[in-house]
Design a binder for this molecule. Structure first.
Ligand code: NAP
Length: 329
């Protein structure tokens, strides 16, 4: 397994991690037995960087990982996140909390659900608008001192928040959306990470599945599939984005790989400080995604990909308005 180092003093992790979110929520029905088999298969293949969050399935995803960690904890670099506060009566609503008392309670609850003594990488899922980031990071740093957490991370933070957080306590990783159709981090956060020696962990590197070329129709999404809420998957945007993916598909065919592998290889080629975490519930798709590690792109091919799918070409915002308001603070 190819590996990369997570930040300046971080652990060595597989060059591709595994995003576990879809095993519990957001992308249609999942099968628990298949998800557990996929998790074990990932570890068997040397994928050691598992990504979850307390909000995925409102705790169910951490409990699912706990069943694997019970016997294989030493094989895993475990990342989870806190900060989203959900309303059980209205699952689509989102609030962010970064208050120190909440930080402590959220961490204890995650440790319990995961069934572990320590979390390797603990991310603030979104920067709270009503709590100075120094206060949130201060409470997270206390967790490091208490031995409950090894390293700290941020998700979808802007460059200014990254700098302020890193000044309060070293930040090991920033996890933000980054892929052929989401180039937002290139406008500041990625450079801030590089300046400070912070690893960059792209989430949704397959564009929530769209960049694999396997998604053809909005109507195929289950009623509760999150992608129904995302402007990129709606109306004319879906068709426009399909045309962009067709270009990637054609190049992939020429190169002898799949569109998804080409999309992942493009993200991996953006720097050795980058560790993407593609998500899948299926061992077969995990194997395909790992194949991206063998897809080497020349400078000419990277330029060709950029010409086919230029930054800003995607149709539609990546989040609905209520979610967009929470990013890049
Ligand atoms: N920090 C944040 O705010 C945030 C937000 C979103 C996600 N994340 C994290 O990032 C991880 C990855 O992102 P993501 O899951 O949103 O999106 P993604 O990795 O871009 O795509 C996942 C989707 O692609 C499908 N897929 C994966 N491999 C495939 C293949 N080889 N062929 C066909 N389809 C394939 C999956 O379906 P199958 O399950 O059927 O394979 C799933 O629907 C998540 O699991 C989560 O841990 C973090």
């Amino acid at each position: 397994m190819q590996t990369r180092v997570l930040g300046k003093n971080g652990p060595r992790v597989s060059a591709l991690g595994l995003g576990c979110m879809g095993m519990s929520e957001f992308y249609g029905a999942s099968d628990e037995a298949e998800s557990l088999a996929t998790l074990h298969h990932a570890l068997d293949r040397g994928v050691n960087f598992l990504d979850t969050a307390d909000m995925y399935g409102s705790g169910a995803n951490e409990r699912l990982l706990g069943r694997v960690l019970a016997t294989r904890r030493s094989e895993v670099v475990l990342a989870t996140k806190f900060g989203f506060v959900r309303d059980p009566a209205n699952p689509a609503s989102r609030a962010i909390c970064g208050r120190p008392d909440y930080v402590r309670a959220a961490c204890d609850a995650s440790l319990q659900r995961l069934g572990v003594d320590v979390i390797d990488l603990y991310y603030l899922h979104r920067v709270a608008a009503d709590t100075p980031i120094e206060e949130t990071i201060g409470a997270m740093a206390d967790l490091v001192r208490a031995g409950k957490v090894r390293q700290l991370g941020l998700s979808e933070a802007g460059a200014d928040s990254i700098r302020r957080a890193h000044a309060a306590h070293p930040i090991a990783a920033l996890q933000s959306e980054y892929s052929l159709w989401t180039r937002d981090p290139e406008s500041g956060p990625l450079a801030a990470c590089r300046e400070l020696g912070i690893a960059f962990v792209p989430f949704s590197p397959l564009g929530r599945g769209f960049l694999t070329g396997q998604l053809k129709r909005f109507e195929d999404f289950a009623a509760d599939d999150y992608r129904r809420q995302s402007p990129r998957f709606q109306g004319e945007n879906f068709a426009k984005n399909l045309a962009l993916v067709a270009g990637i598909q054609a190049l992939a065919t020429k190169k002898g790989c799949t569109a998804g592998q080409l999309a992942l290889a493009w993200v991996l080629a953006q720097g050795d400080d980058i560790v993407p975490i593609p998500g899948t519930r299926r061992a077969k798709n995990l194997d395909e995604n790992l194949g991206a590690l063998d897809v080497v792109l020349s400078a000419a091919e990277l330029a060709e990909i950029n010409a086919i799918f230029p930054a800003g070409a995607v149709a539609g915002a990546r989040y609905p308005a209520n979610m967009a308001a929470l990013v890049s603070r």
